[in-house]
Write a protein that binds this ligand. Structure first.
Ligand code: FAD
Ligand code: MG
Length: 341
């Protein structure tokens, strides 16, 4: 029997120090709204003005209305509908996100690929009827999954998918973009300290009053939401996780998660449970967390080593954790252990 386990688990739980919790969380509670198919949580720690919350969530919804594949008539849906037929003019931000997605597709050798749309639809992992497709079905859609068949025209600001049936899915990058945009609004409003958490894509904004780092918990993949295995300490920046426990279904005791290998056409195999990326930009961290998960540890870590200012925490099935040298990670769960090469 197909057992569908859809989890809206937020991948990581933003933690603030006790002092901040007392000072701010009770006086100025976070604002949580459902958008982008997930719970979006914003906490403004000083001058928590209503209009700033309104601007942030309004802008997140604007992004959703342009980039979603779950709403009709978004720019991305129009691009997909015109696949194989015509280039489609899009909004600046949609063009910029797709350009960045293509950059990460090339950088990751196609492990990250924004044209996974046909695979997402075939497996239906986030839908009501997920299923394991036959190899024939997978083979039929695989030729449609190839970022090289995206044609971008910066002068006209158009996007063209060269083959009919191709489909973009920006699910692995647009949440990060929205988190960066929310952080931009926070800065413009001159709010000094804030945390933005869009379903596990977290941005910390500003330096805490006590000058210590922000503490971001990494979700325990085997436990319920909010149970964390360790803490990443960061000053200002993005912390983004991709994990097998976020969206999946089970059939015959096998878990099928939502992070696809674009070359195989099935959920990426391997011994990883989650990858968390620390970077300045949440959009970059979002794309990279998916890319590193699909690449696996060896290739993923090799990629990280080529990228300045980017770090990662890899959590494995055997409860070992590998941390890149620049990540300030503190293990809190003694069932897990840090593996040293
Ligand atoms: P990530 O690793 O960041 O992304 C995984 C997602 O990216 C997969 O679900 C798939 O869509 C895609 N993907 C899988 N493999 C690859 C790959 N190799 N390369 C590139 N992409 C890949 N969910 C809903 O249920 N309902 C909604 O209405 C809805 N609307 C959304 C609107 C927008 C604009 C966005 C950005 C997302 C929306 N989502 C919706 C998706 C939801 O929030 C996802 O959980 C989320 O995008 C996946 O993020 P993640 O952090 O779990 O994993
Ligand atoms: Mg991602």
């Amino acid at each position: 029997m197909l057992k569908y386990c859809f989890s809206l688990c937020i991948a990581v739980l933003a933690l603030v120090s006790c002092a901040c919790a007392k000072l701010n969380l009770f006086q100025q509670p976070s604002r949580a709204e459902f958008a982008l198919g997930t719970v979006c949580n914003v906490t403004l720690f000083d001058q928590a003005r209503e209009e700033v919350y309104r601007d942030i969530f309004g802008h997140i919804r604007e992004i959703e209305n342009r980039m979603s594949v779950n709403l009709p008539q978004t720019d991305v849906m129009r691009i997909n509908a015109a696949a194989g037929y015509a280039p489609v003019p899009v909004n600046n931000d949609v063009f910029a996100v797709i350009e960045r997605a293509v950059y990460f597709a090339e950088l990751s050798g196609g492990a990250f690929d924004p044209t996974v749309g046909p695979l997402v639809s075939l497996w239906g992992i986030s839908g009501d009827y997920p299923r394991v497709p036959s190899q024939e079905e997978i083979d039929a859609v695989l030729p449609l999954v190839n970022w090289r068949n995206i044609e971008l025209n910066p002068e006209e600001r158009t996007v063209f998918l060269k083959i009919p049936g191709m489909a973009l899915d920006l699910g692995a990058i647009a949440k990060g973009y929205a988190a960066d945009e929310a952080a931009g609004i926070v800065k413009e409003a001159r709010i000094n300290q804030a945390i933005i958490d869009l379903g596990g894509d977290i941005v910390t904004s500003g330096i805490k009053k006590d000058k210590t780092k922000w503490k971001i918990g990494i979700q325990d993949p085997f436990n319920s939401r909010g149970v964390y295995i360790g803490i990443i300490n960061v000053f200002e920046g993005a912390v983004v996780t991709s994990g097998v426990y976020e969206r999946f279904f089970e059939e015959d005791g096998i878990r099928y998660h939502h992070l696809f290998s674009p070359s195989q056409g099935s959920p990426a195999a391997g011994n990883l449970l989650s990858v968390t990326v620390i970077a300045n930009s949440a959009m970059d961290a979002d794309a990279l967390s998916t890319a590193l998960f699909v690449l696996g540890y060896e290739k993923g870590n090799a990629l990280i080593e080529t990228l300045a200012g980017i770090d990662a925490v890899f959590v494995f099935e055997d409860k070992s954790i590998r941390v890149s040298p620049g990540a300030d990670f503190f293990l809190t769960d003694d069932e897990y252990w840090i593996a040293v090469e």
